[in-house]
Design a protein around this ligand. Structure first.
Ligand code: URA
Length: 274
């Protein structure tokens, strides 16, 4: 192997490492040449050159105060979410929340799409690359499949509100960690309380387990109406867990189960019963 082949192999290995870390998206149209040194501002000829300074890290913990220990990010999320009087306030609170590091790697906050007054609320897992770019949930391949399936029972985004458990894209589409789920859940629960849906559909195991506080797998939870008590709502909300459309893309044989669940949803909407 000659030297240029060595360098090429090293560069390829570095690229692969970045992809493994989730850095698989260009964030601007023009590439940034990190090898070019830029002179420090005000530096004259012969002065030391420095690389561009990194942005200041975003603090995850509140600064220590003499008043005693500060609440952790989950407790802060609960306090902040509970103080939101409407969906606009909740969206603004999420946009300003510094307790979840996913916000620093995502391009956009993905809050919701559809009609908050429709009475039907769907909750997915978290945004993928397309959703992150658009700032809207379920606009990528699994969203297209979901739209087609909902269309088959006469539903579109005017008849429902759709959101996610996690409002920021995890890098490289990895699964969110337990602590990321824990810190995002209070915002989702508050969102449900503010929307007051007559029916809630939980898409996939992660959303179902988080909202229902269950460890049961989605293949056992799916297709059965249940209820969940949500803080701030006098009555429990009827819930239908379903398979996630991304799972259906990987497992077309599961579409039969999904079809059954869609019929159960349609029947409930028709009869206004669960
Ligand atoms: N998968 C999800 O769970 N949510 C999205 O918004 C897109 C894909």
């Amino acid at each position: 192997m000659d030297v240029s082949q060595d360098i090429r192999a090293e560069l390829l290995a570095l690229l692969r490492l970045q992809i493994e870390y989730g850095a698989d998206e260009g964030l601007s149209d023009a590439p940034l040449d990190r090898f070019v040194r830029v002179p420090a501002s005000g530096a004259g000829p012969g002065s030391v050159e420095t690389l561009p300074s990194r942005p200041a890290p975003i603090s995850v913990q509140p600064p220590a105060s003499p008043a005693g220990p500060q609440p952790g990010p989950v407790q802060r999320a609960r306090q902040i979410a509970a103080g939101c009087a409407d969906r606009d306030a909740l969206r603004a609170a999420l946009a300003g929340f510094d307790g979840c590091a996913l916000a620093t790697t995502a391009m956009n906050l993905v809050f919701s799409d559809g009609n908050p007054d429709a009475g039907l609320m769907l909750v997915g897992e978290g945004p993928g690359a397309e959703e992150d770019r658009a700032g809207l949930p379920f606009v990528g391949p699994s969203g297209l499949l979901l739209d087609r399936m909902l269309g088959s029972i006469g539903l579109d985004r005017e008849n429902l509100l759709i959101t996610n458990l996690i409002p920021w894209r995890p890098p490289g589409n990895r699964n969110p960690t337990d602590s990321e789920v824990a810190v995002c859940l209070p915002f989702l629960l508050r969102h449900i309380a503010l929307v007051r849906p007559a029916r809630l559909v939980l898409l996939g195991g992660m959303a179902a387990q988080a909202v229902l506080g269950s460890k049961t797998g989605i293949t056992r939870l799916r297709g059965r109406w249940t209820e969940v008590a949500i803080e701030g709502l006098a009555d429990p909300v009827p819930v239908l867990p379903m398979l996630h459309p991304a799972y259906l893309l990987r497992t077309p044989g599961a579409k039969r189960d999904m079809w059954r669940d869609l019929i159960a949803l349609r029947r409930s909407l028709n009869q206004n019963v669960n």
